[in-house]
Design a protein around this ligand. Structure first.
Ligand SMILES: N[C@@H](CCC(=O)N[C@@H](CS)C(=O)NCC(=O)O)C(=O)O
Length: 208
């Protein structure tokens, strides 16, 4: 049994989507970061950086923080969604691309374009420009490919929840037709539809 500590954000949804895809039993625990529950000592014991998501695996007695590490831990444990054969390293490349680039940059877009518009035009421009560039990179990667590592892997599961906030980012997915096709196809997966609403329902999956 896996305990999942999470909230209704892209980083949390990556892990609930993977757990649903794996079909393994898990218990979601809500960490409401709007109420500073991420600073509770019990949570800090497994996530010392005070961020969701984190998991505790009762089978191994191991806790894991950082969404990329959690995805790797679970995919390795169950030997699924890692990319078979030559697709393993592309999976790793695009997982790292999400962790080091797409996630942090789009997180800043959410701050400066959605929540604090007008506070800093410089920051809004800088991060929006970077967001557009990253969407273009993803669009190019998906030209002639169904998934970033050719087959459906944890890299797609890491990227997809961030793209699902395209409205917050003021991104028109129609300008990125390969991303649009990839996004709508993944949105139709039953496991994604279940994982998106963990730990609670906020709204339906945004569709362009
Ligand atoms: N690099 C981390 C980032 C996690 C992260 O930024 N989590 C946010 C929610 S999406 C959070 O818990 N924020 C609470 C805080 O900063 O206090 C990961 O990928 O797991």
């Amino acid at each position: 049994m896996i305990d999942l500590y999470t909230w209704t954000t892209p980083n949390g949804r990556k892990v609930s989507i993977l757990l649903e895809e794996l079909g393994v039993p898990y218990t979601p625990h809500t960490i409401d970061i709007g109420k500073n529950e991420q600073f509770a000592p019990d949570f800090l014991a497994i996530s010392p950086n005070n961020k969701i998501p984190a998991i505790f695996d009762h089978e191994t007695g191991r806790s894991v923080m950082e969404s990329g590490a959690i995805l790797m831990y679970l995919a390795t444990k169950y030997n699924r969604f890692l990319g078979t054969g030559d697709n393993y390293w592309p999976m790793m490349e695009w997982l790292m691309w999400q962790m080091g680039g797409l996630g942090p940059m789009l997180g800043q877009v959410h701050h400066f374009v959605k929540y604090n518009k007008g506070v800093s035009d410089y920051s809004a421009d800088r991060f929006s420009t970077e967001a557009s560039r990253l969407y273009s990179v993803l669009n190019k990667r998906l030209e002639g490919r169904d998934y970033v590592a050719n087959e459906y892997t944890i890299a797609d599961m890491a990227i997809w929840p961030w793209v699902s906030r395209f409205e917050w980012q003021e991104i028109d997915l129609n300008q990125y037709p390969n991303v649009l096709r990839w996004y709508t196809s993944i949105a139709q997966r039953p496991a994604v539809q279940r994982g998106y609403h963990v730990p609670s329902f906020v709204s339906e999956i945004p569709m362009p």
